[in-house]
Design a protein around this ligand. Structure first.
Ligand SMILES: Nc1nc2c(ncn2[C@@H]2O[C@H](COP(=O)(O)OP(=O)(O)OP(=O)(O)O)[C@@H](O)[C@H]2O)c(=O)[nH]1
Ligand SMILES: [Mg+2]
Length: 480
């Protein structure tokens, strides 16, 4: 027990030690594969050989690429949040370079003096591509952040390692070849593909490659700032979804599962404050049409590789939803639309993840779901993560208990599937699911009871409300 406690107290240091060891192991074991892959490479070498057509030598390209790569790493080191990861990757890269040199690859073939200009070009390109541009417009309170550089490093490393894996284990001939003389077709081409290496080696390499890619990913997303945007029609439960998520994070803080303060924004505190003031009923009023609430808080996701996730989103009146597609299509501010709509539309553009709400209550009451604007919004914004959430699922939970005799809370996965099956009966929901790659809609709800007036109100336990599904929602948000 003592040992466990010691590890817990020093978890950051332990994680760091594990990371360091992992980097050394990956560099030592993957680099030889990389070197061999390059020697026997087919398609990759072919692509590099296109340089012959414009008369560039290999060391020029290698110098520029090295410049680019180390430039990105340098930006990571400058970035306060990624500094440690940048240093570790730097160390790993140096180990890899040494091993490659031992194999007679890369550095030994580069005359560093004559290629200095090319290295400089690579460095300059990395500064430009990696967001070094932002250096010039840092405001006083701004922090140095080079998300682009970390991302680039991740993509480069993943591409190199996965390609090497493929090249290492496959032997094939290409139907074309390139020499300084131009492109030619080899006369004795045979379209045969052969797998190289035994099952054991392939499995070993697969584990290594997967482990490396996962680690690299953790490295570049150690600290996450997530801009969400919750979309939902009027009274679909947007405001209460955000309050519920915050309460869940608060819960984690109280249970000592996290130490980082939540730093909620004032608008969020105003909403949550109502919870204490009104001891009955729904404590949140319909969001006013002329207002936008800036809701933010932080929470920690993950325990072994904790990341600070900053959740931020705008809360708006559901009436605006129908106008959002127009605002998004008209790019920039459109004079005809209220400023709240334009601002919300900008916020959607900036968001990483869109959370689309489906009102379970409307579904059960056979009312229109009013989710049609989602389709246009998805079309007007590309490459955003999407999370589908079914709000107010407490009535489903009651049905689920009656039909299957199970508590939704305890059998959450089964319940989730149940809600998904039910909602998928709706054509629009089905179409929406087809547009996103989330297999099952995520249900959330406040536990409710029927009060004396026959109204459904949240259950209170010494003042506080009980929610279901929000813990998993926070995890989903953190994993995006
Ligand atoms: N049964 C049940 N009702 C809920 C739940 N969440 C929200 N509601 C109901 O939905 C109403 C609207 O919730 P809000 O969070 O204000 O919805 P909104 O999307 O922010 O609404 P606007 O700001 O008007 O667009 C609440 O007043 C409740 O009556 C839930 O989990 N269960
Ligand atoms: Mg609201």
């Amino acid at each position: 027990m003592k040992a466990v406690k010691a590890i817990q107290q020093n978890s950051e240091k332990v994680v760091l030690a594990v990371y360091m060891a992992a980097i050394v192991v990956f560099a030592a074991l993957l680099t030889p594969m990389l070197g061999d892959a390059w020697r026997g490479g087919g398609l990759t070498r072919f692509l590099f050989r296109t340089r012959l057509l414009v008369g560039l030598s290999l060391d020029v390209i290698a110098s520029a690429l090295l410049g680019l790569y180390f430039g990105f790493l340098l930006l990571m080191v400058v970035d306060t949040k990624k500094r440690l990861q940048g240093v570790l990757l730097f160390a790993g890269s140096v180990i890899a370079l040494i091993i490659l040199s031992g194999m007679g690859l890369l550095l030994p073939n580069i005359d560093s003096i004559s290629n200095l200009p090319w290295i400089a070009i690579g460095l300059a390109a990395s500064a430009f591509l990696g967001g070094g541009r932002t250096l010039s417009n840092i405001t006083s309170g701004g922090v140095l952040e080079f998300r682009g550089a970390s991302k680039a490093i991740y993509y480069i490393l993943t591409a190199v390692v996965v390609l090497s894996f493929v090249e290492f284990h496959l032997e094939y001939q290409l139907p074309v070849s390139i020499t300084a003389g131009g492109i030619s077709l080899p006369p004795n081409f045979s379209p045969r593909i052969q797998i190289i290496g035994g099952a054991q080696q392939i499995i070993f390499h697969t584990i290594l490659v997967t482990g490396f890619v996962v680690t690299a990913r953790r490295f570049v997303t150690y600290d996450a700032e997530q801009d969400f945007f919750v979309l939902g029609p009027k009274a679909s439960g947007k405001s209460l979804l955000l309050v519920g998520s915050y309460l869940e994070a608060l819960n984690r803080l109280n249970n000592k599962e996290q130490q980082v303060p939540l730093d909620p924004s004032q608008d969020l505190m105003n909403l949550v404050g109502e919870l204490d003031r009104q001891q009955d009923g729904w404590f949140v009023d319909a969001t006013r049409q002329r207002e936008l609430e800036d809701l933010q808080f932080k929470y920690v996701h993950g325990s072994i590789f904790p990341r600070n996730v900053q959740v931020s989103t705008l809360d708006y009146a559901g009436e605006l939803l129908e106008q959002l597609p127009d605002a998004l299509m008209s790019a920039g501010s459109s004079g005809d639309l209220p400023s709240t709509v334009n601002q919300a539309s900008r916020s959607i553009q900036e968001a990483d993840t869109l959370v689309l709400l489906i009102d379970s209550n409307r579904f059960l009451e056979n009312e229109r779901l009013d989710i049609e604007p989602y389709f246009d919004i998805l079309q007007a914004t590309d490459s955003k993560e999407v999370i589908l959430v079914a709000t107010k699922s407490d009535i489903f939970a009651e049905e689920f208990r009656e039909e299957q005799g199970l508590q939704a809370q305890q059998y959450f996965d089964e319940f989730k599937q149940y809600v998904d099956d039910r909602l998928s009966q709706n054509q629009s929901v089905q179409a929406l699911k087809a547009q996103t790659d989330q297999p099952v809609i995520h249900p959330v709800y406040y536990q409710t009871r029927i009060d004396e007036n026959g109204e459904r109100v949240p259950m209170r336990n010494s003042g506080s409300v009980a929610t279901v599904g929000f813990d998993r929602l926070l995890d989903m948000l953190g994993e995006k």
